[in-house]
Design a protein around this ligand. Structure first.
Ligand code: TXA
Ligand code: MG
Length: 360
């Protein structure tokens, strides 16, 4: 298949191209498109055979449900039923934006879109290209992240092209996404709202609107060795694993630098290609030849925005061993560390004691 690639300026939408993309969705085809979180791989959410194409293109297990993207609040009642007041409160505060809600699905949404579940994940993205595409399609768009299953989510059109070129009808190139981590998922079908995947919208932000909010115990790092079953099926997969062996080094900052220098020195002696993921503040302190700047600790958003691109670059360069600083502080830290520790298969070294903690 020849994949059409259109550049779209989010601030000056070319409606002819957007309409063409919308028609592809309406006709049951696949379109890669930018959202504010990551690029999505879109198909008609209300057509099970269109959703099935998404699973095939990604190589994704069919029990892993898709997020249904809507463009206005009135559409919520088309895709969900028994909608609690909490959903409207969250929608008023955070939609359009990087928040996905789990609700009971309406009969109109096919089980092929929800991986056989009676619930549905719904999000109204804020990216102007995404919103215009949903409207132009005349339907709702099921879209997982646009990567091949097991690769980092795409944060640039180049990543989408790399993973999906030749497999889908069209890719809309809206440039680099703003956030760079997938949306926060909150389940509103239980007695207390529960975070199933951390993201840009933090627990504190949700609590500010809803009061008590819990976190799925299965996604807490302290339970990583317990084999709990995550409520979001996709969270059980070891996502984003780079080809190189990634370890996160945590502890007192100076000790982290010393430990990473020691470890990369050992790699060099063994003839392995090593790389370091570090913040701008520490770049100069590493002796390793390959040091990737992930952003600045002064603005955690920069760290989130660069993480997936750096993991892809490591693969392209054939890096054997990767050591990363850890990024716990601040509100976004939880989402960043959730993705980074998953990519590392939960391999952590404590720089203060030298202890290896491999939870799994
Ligand atoms: O930011 C995002 O959410 C991006 C953009 C494209 O919107 N999409 C995205 O989709 O990350 P995906 O498919 O890569 O991740 C969706 C996650 C998966 O872990 C899936 O298991 C979970 O949402 N999910 C979907 N429907 C669910 C449901 N009914 N109940 C529980 N988890 C659900
Ligand atoms: Mg994904």
């Amino acid at each position: 298949m020849n994949t059409i690639i259109y550049k779209i300026d989010p601030n000056d939408l070319d409606m002819t191209k957007i309409k063409e993309a919308g028609q592809i969705i309406a006709d049951g085809g696949l379109v890669g498109f930018p959202t504010e979180t990551v690029y999505g791989l879109g198909a008609d959410a209300m057509d099970a055979s269109a959703s099935a194409k998404i699973y095939a293109a990604k190589g994704r297990p069919s029990d892993n449900p898709l997020i249904v993207h809507i463009a206005d609040l009135a559409s919520l009642t088309d895709v969900a039923v028994d909608i609690p007041e909490a959903a409207y409160k969250l929608a008023r505060r955070f939609w359009p934006g990087p928040l996905t809600m789990i609700l009971n699905k309406s009969s109109r949404v096919p089980l092929g879109t929800t991986g056989g579940l009676a619930t549905v994940a719904v999000r109204m993205p804020s990216d102007p290209v995404a919103l215009a595409l949903i409207k132009a399609s005349g339907t709702y768009i099921a879209a997982p992240s646009g990567n091949i299953s097991g690769r980092p989510s795409p944060t640039l059109a180049e990543h989408m092209i790399e993973d999906m070129s030749g497999k889908i009808e069209m890719i809309l190139d809206g440039g680099k996404v703003g956030i760079g981590l997938e949306s926060t998922i909150v389940d509103l079908t239980g007695p207390v709202p529960m975070i199933l995947r951390p993201g840009y919208i933090t627990k504190a932000m949700l609590e500010d609107v809803l009061g008590e909010v819990t976190v799925d115990a299965a996604i807490l790092e302290e339970n990583a060795d317990k084999n709990f079953r995550p409520k979001a099926p996709g969270m059980k997969y070891k996502h984003y694993a780079p080809k190189g062996d990634l370890t996160v080094v945590e502890g007192e900052p100076q000790k982290v630098i010393e430990m990473i220098n020691h470890l990369t020195g050992q790699c060099q002696e063994r003839g392995q290609r090593a790389a370091v993921i570090a913040t701008e503040e520490d770049l100069e302190k590493y002796q390793c030849q390959q040091v990737f700047c992930i952003g600045t600790r002064a603005h955690e958003e920069t760290i989130a925005a660069n993480l997936f691109d750096i993991l892809r670059k490591m693969d392209d360069m054939g890096i054997d061993v990767i050591y990363s600083e850890s990024f716990y502080n601040g509100g976004l830290g939880q989402a960043i560390m959730n993705r980074l520790l998953k990519a590392a298969g939960h391999q952590v070294i404590d720089a203060d004691t030298g202890a290896h903690k491999n939870c799994l």
